[in-house]
Design a protein around this ligand. Sequence first.
Ligand code: C2E
Ligand code: MG
Ligand code: MG
Ligand code: MG
Length: 284
Amino acid sequence: NADTAMYHAKSAGRNNVQFFTASMNQAAKDRHELEGGLHLALEREELELHYQPQVDGLGRVIGAEALLRWQSPDHGLVSPPSFIPLAEETGLILPIGSWVLATACAQLKAWSGDARLCSLQLAVNVSPREFRQSDFAEQVRRIIESSGANPARLKLELTESLVLDNVEDTILKMQTIKKLGIAFSLDDFGTGYSSLSYLTRLPLDQLKIDRSFVLKLPDNVSDGIVTQTIITMAAGLGLNAIAEGVETEVQREFLERHGCHAYQGYLFSRPLPLEEFEGFVFAH
Ligand code: C2E
Ligand code: MG
Ligand code: MG
Ligand code: MG
């Protein structure tokens, strides 16, 4: 906490103030370095997608979520929370997001020739800055078209805050994209400032129950109630529900008992590199 650090620094005298300033400079330097590395990550082909299986009530793989990984020569394997916010701030998320979508679509096209892989649905995360581009729908259309992927196999994950930011604009854009045959999932559902009235107006296909509610099931009573309510609401709105962060069999059992029949989490598999993911599908 910067305030606390400042307080300690001041109260402890001159040397600590210098130390504090030095550590601030270090943080700025780290950030600058990370940003520089991220700039080059695309052209150096250091980004890759991992695929986390999504399974149904019978344990069959019904799809995957594509999750970005950065194999940095300087920082090792960097996971999204360490660089997506920076990419958002700097605008680097735009070329990165295009790359993610194009790579996911190319993968769908490659899977279309295999009987076991062709029916999978692939979910791709879209960040606010990407979605807010005035020509986002057009970009999606172009990527789908040039990849030759079946749009029915693609699902875009949006977050509540993105959707609420400008509801009217969001609805129009979603409708345009839906006309292409692409589905929408509302990610991390329940963590945002949901106004339930807008939910009925969004052309959604799926609510994704946030990991934070699943984590303490079945013992935590209020998380259990929230989870049940989301499942009931999804059913009432004609949407399907999927739970993320399912780690234990008792969590899965609770979800199933309350009518949620799609799951994603470490209980089934971590996000996997492409070949391992395909191996997982063939083995299940
Ligand atoms: P998310 O979309 O909610 O993705 C789920 C996150 O939970 C992933 O973290 C996944 O590895 C992790 N996870 C899955 N199952 C479990 C589990 O059972 N237990 C625990 N503890 N964690 C689990 P990851 O890959 O680090 O991604 C974090 C976030 O970064 C994502 O959250 C998403 O918001 C963002 N992100 C990832 N890839 C992309 C991308 O290609 N584009 C954009 N814009 N954002 C991305
Ligand atoms: Mg997601
Ligand atoms: Mg999520
Ligand atoms: Mg999440």
